[in-house]
Design a protein around this ligand. Sequence first.
Ligand SMILES: Nc1ncnc2c1ncn2[C@@H]1O[C@H](COP(=O)(O)OP(=O)(O)OP(=O)(O)O)[C@@H](O)[C@H]1O
Length: 270
Amino acid sequence: MIAASDNKSERQTVLSVRGVTVGFGSKVVLDKLDLDVYRGEILGFVGASGVGKSVLMRTVLRLLPRRAGTIEILGADYDKATVEERAALDTRLGVLFQQGALFSSLTVKENIQLPMREYLDLPQSLMDDLAYLKIKLVGLQPDAADKYPSELSGGMIKRAALARALALDPDLVFLDEPTSGLDPIGAAEFDELIARLRDTLGLTVYMVTHDLDSLFSVCDRIAVLGQKRVLVEGTLDDMLAFDDAWVQSYFRGKRARTIVRPGDDEQTAK
Ligand SMILES: Nc1ncnc2c1ncn2[C@@H]1O[C@H](COP(=O)(O)OP(=O)(O)OP(=O)(O)O)[C@@H](O)[C@H]1O
């Protein structure tokens, strides 16, 4: 792994992945992978389709077993933690899965309250207040609270799912392709929301995305998955300078050239 533009002394690591290997039968998807995520950053995680981005996220969240390696989240190693410590750590993580993954038989409010019911012991009136707070936080109207997912637009589903991910006031949120399926304006608004929440709540965001707009506009750093490991992590400028065919065509390709940041014209217009 190449980590350019490092300034590690000032950064606090909230997720540290070391030597992680994951496979299915004879197929190895991730091989001795290393990755760091730092407090308060928005890390955009990219890679070709089928390269293992979701597998890594699911492995970090302990939804998939790994064959080797260590994973430390918020300074703790789950493997060495007690049941109580694991439960406490779980409350500090929020997850937005692809497609939102809301329960269709529950209202938005009930979906948001699910993690509260699992991990907290609060009276219903307080959980209602908290759910309305989260609904407001993600930019939904209060009347969304009693709606079912089938009554919401795609953008509203993403926001409701984000509200559920924020239910327990996590330190670190995992977002799996949060803007997929949204129109460009809806996607840009969602990106702005993520950036605002990071700034106001001090969140750290791990975002798997194919969305070049998101990468260029809100991500502080980018990590590229390829050849079963993190090929490169760093700033957009580090990506542009990295000598790899996929990375070059992704960040300098035709689609990338249509999203030019001010001052990038010379670099990206090649
Ligand atoms: N439970 C599983 N059993 C067997 N193989 C799996 C399983 N989950 C994922 N894979 C395989 O692991 C590889 C990586 O899949 P993954 O879903 O992580 O890719 P991805 O990078 O997230 O792709 P995309 O960008 O298309 O979502 C694929 O070849 C996939 O078929």
